[in-house]
Design a protein. Sequence first.
Length: 453
Amino acid sequence: MATASHYDLLVLGGGSGGLAMARRAAGHGARCALIEADKLGGTCVHRGCIPKKLFWYAAQIAHALDMAPDYAFALDLPSRPFDWPRFKVARDAYLKRLNQLYETGLEDSHVTLIRGHGRFVDEHTLEVEGRRYQADHIVIATGSRPVVPTLPGARYGITSDGFFGLFTQPRRAAIVGSGYIATEHAALLHALGSEVTLLIRREWFLNAFDEMIRNALMEEMERQGIQIMSNVMVAGIARDAEGQLEITTTSGQRIAGFDCLLWAVGRAPNTDHLELAAAGVHRDRDGFVPTDDFQNTNVPGIYAVGDVTGRAALTPVAIAAGRRLADRLFGGEAGSHLDYGLIPTVIFAHPPAASAGLTEDAARSRHGSAVKIYQTRFVPLQQAFAQVKSRCTMKLVTVGTEERVVGCHIVGPGADEMLQGFVVAMGMGACKRDFDRTLAIHPTAAEELVLMR
């Protein structure tokens, strides 16, 4: 075999974390190569954040059309006149342009793009399509994929990957899952005119989020007409003579008449074919690659970032972790690493829900009686003329005599945009008194976060 090409850094995976890591390292002067067999951008660009958010904007317009008559617009339109095929064509064209921009970005940064699937030969060597490459540092950034349960007839369902490939809009959809992917897809499909049934294993969805968010969002989604079936375990799927899907539960209940079933029951890491054992890299029982606070695996010189680590599967987390790792390895910043303690996140439902910091339960478990809660619930001005009014709900979680704000949770219009600035304040150690003496912007929903008493 020919002598292996040598680099300062090899990155396995061309998703958000891998791209950020490679480009930042190259900016520091490192000789870098990135290995990817699929389109650049990973799940976020092609099967996640970006196409989902475009759908969310479309659903938001649908809600605005519903409200238009309340604001004295005389619209003679059929209910939710959404052209799904036309939208898909426009969305796919936009994503194609993004993919081309990523390739150009790698070229401009002088990062070598190696096409193919990589696997470890040893702790410093990767093999891609029969050719070998070596590096002093190797980063695993191969991401994750949706899980399909091992149930009879599970193949009749699709995952979020398949959802973004649909050419026609489902008429009646069943979604199985209780996380943010299930919640977001249920909300957008319903807003665009589909009948939606959400099946969840427990009493509530979004169990990792604050109770206020779970309660407020579930109440609003049910008010809109989304059917939420709690404490349901799916036993199997069957297709009838007309092609419709029937769900059987473990209690023997049969729920029929669906033309689409979406599995949103978790994600698994893409580590199966990396031959990690050849390099001695440890995986946990679920296949994720554990890392320390500095993204180090158990093998010196091998690191992991993003979803493959099983920690906070969010695009900004992968990007930040990759860039900080590059700064540490090649930028002379020995202490550079991502602090996972304050990660803002948004559930792009309708309305959106935004969360950062500790939930009330987590805060009480950690700080006990030192916790004080501030909470408000109100009808935002946007809903002034609505026949059926939705509400905005907010909660601040504070700790100690100084009432340092350690949690911020919002459900309502604009929650996705208003949280960012408050996270900056929380990261700087803001206390409730800092919120109190901040002038409110009136009339807005966000002003309630500085007016709560």
